[in-house]
Design a binder for this molecule. Structure first.
Ligand SMILES: NC(=O)C1=CN([C@@H]2O[C@H](COP(=O)(O)OP(=O)(O)OC[C@H]3O[C@@H](n4cnc5c(N)ncnc54)[C@H](OP(=O)(O)O)[C@@H]3O)[C@@H](O)[C@H]2O)C=CC1
Ligand SMILES: O=C(O)C1=N[C@H](C(=O)O)C[C@H](O)C1
Length: 267
């Protein structure tokens, strides 16, 4: 019997998608069975210039793909609107989603969790797959208990569509579990240029930097009387995310609900 995990990847031409295709080829019991790409429908991956020489079919429509190709896991690395439709369709077909795409709304996450539970299958939505980034979030959550004054600075390449990053939002949500909502800065502070103080998450400020040359970086900065604490993580390339993708694929096969964030998986 073949015990391979049969995987479909959505977004194989993207920065993350290309790495994921490489990962799936490298892991012994992972098997790429199809890809979802809005271009090149009906072709084989191996026929597209610049993509790995793997003979799997390309579909532009996920329902058509999952209706034709038996699969266990969908890895989605696309854009928020498409990623949401892909995740929902995968769950409806009994295929377990591992989603790196960021920018889902709270309502979408709630709806997808209900669907995963109704179908009794696993789904992982991970705003960040890098193990160091998960630790940064966990350490920040711990620190917030003692340092409630905190600002988050996230820095990314200038092709990123969503702001703040999924990682920054998840970090703020985790910190909020240990930090009562409070306004920071001077009570009478005023922005002379709108946005100067960043986005407001329960009084925590989130600042988004977009510059060419950056990959994915985040600094969580805590301040108290006479001291400060900075927790920082840097991803210098997309390979940094792949051990988390592998762990997610392995884990999702044994889940029967939706898990949001790898902080709920690593001990
Ligand atoms: N969880 C994590 O650890 C990480 C998450 N991310 C997230 O992953 C996602 C992808 O990032 P990245 O690889 O840098 O982005 P890219 O822009 O490099 O890749 C996105 C891919 O999605 C495809 N796509 C866009 N729109 C559609 C559509 N309507 N239907 C089908 N495919 C579509 C693009 O194809 P086309 O060329 O045709 O537009 C492209 O191949 C983002 O949401 C990002 O925030 C990124 C890094 C790490
Ligand atoms: O778009 C990116 O590049 C990244 N997106 C994720 C996010 O929004 O947090 C993860 C990582 O920061 C890279």
């Amino acid at each position: 019997m073949n015990n391979n995990v049969r995987i479909v990847i959505a977004g194989p031409r993207g920065r993350m998608g290309k790495e994921a295709v490489k990962l799936v080829q490298e892991v012994e019991n992972f098997e790429l069975v199809a890809v979802i790409d809005r271009k090149n429908n009906g072709m084989m991956l191996s026929d597209v210039e610049g993509l790995p020489n793997v003979a799997v079919p390309i579909y532009s429509d996920i329902a058509e793909c999952l209706g034709n190709v038996p699969a266990d896991v969908l890895i989605d690395l696309t854009i928020p609107e498409t990623g949401y439709v892909h995740t929902k369709t995968a769950l409806q077909h009994g295929v377990r989603p591992v989603v790196g795409t960021t920018g889902f709304t709270k309502e979408q996450l709630t709806e997808l969790k209900s669907l995963a539970e109704e179908k009794e299958i696993g789904c992982i939505i991970a705003p960040n797959f890098a193990i160091g980034a998960i630790l940064m979030m966990k350490f920040s959550q711990m620190a917030a208990k003692y340092f409630p004054n905190v600002e988050i600075l996230e820095l990314h390449h200038d092709n990123k569509l969503d702001a703040p990053s999924g990682t920054a939002i998840k970090t703020a949500e985790m910190i909020a579990e240990n930090r009562p909502e409070q306004k920071q800065g001077h009570p009478d502070e005023k922005e002379t240029i709108q946005g100067a103080r960043g986005a407001d998450f329960e009084g925590m400020r989130i600042h988004s930097v977009r510059l060419p040359g950056l990959v994915a970086h985040q600094q969580v900065q805590f301040g108290a009387e006479g001291e400060s604490l900075t927790i920082r993580h840097d991803s210098y390339n997309r390979a940094s995310f792949m051990s988390g993708v592998k762990m997610s694929v392995d884990t999702v096969m044994n889940l029967n609900t939706l898990v949001y964030g790898l902080d709920n998986i690593i001990n």
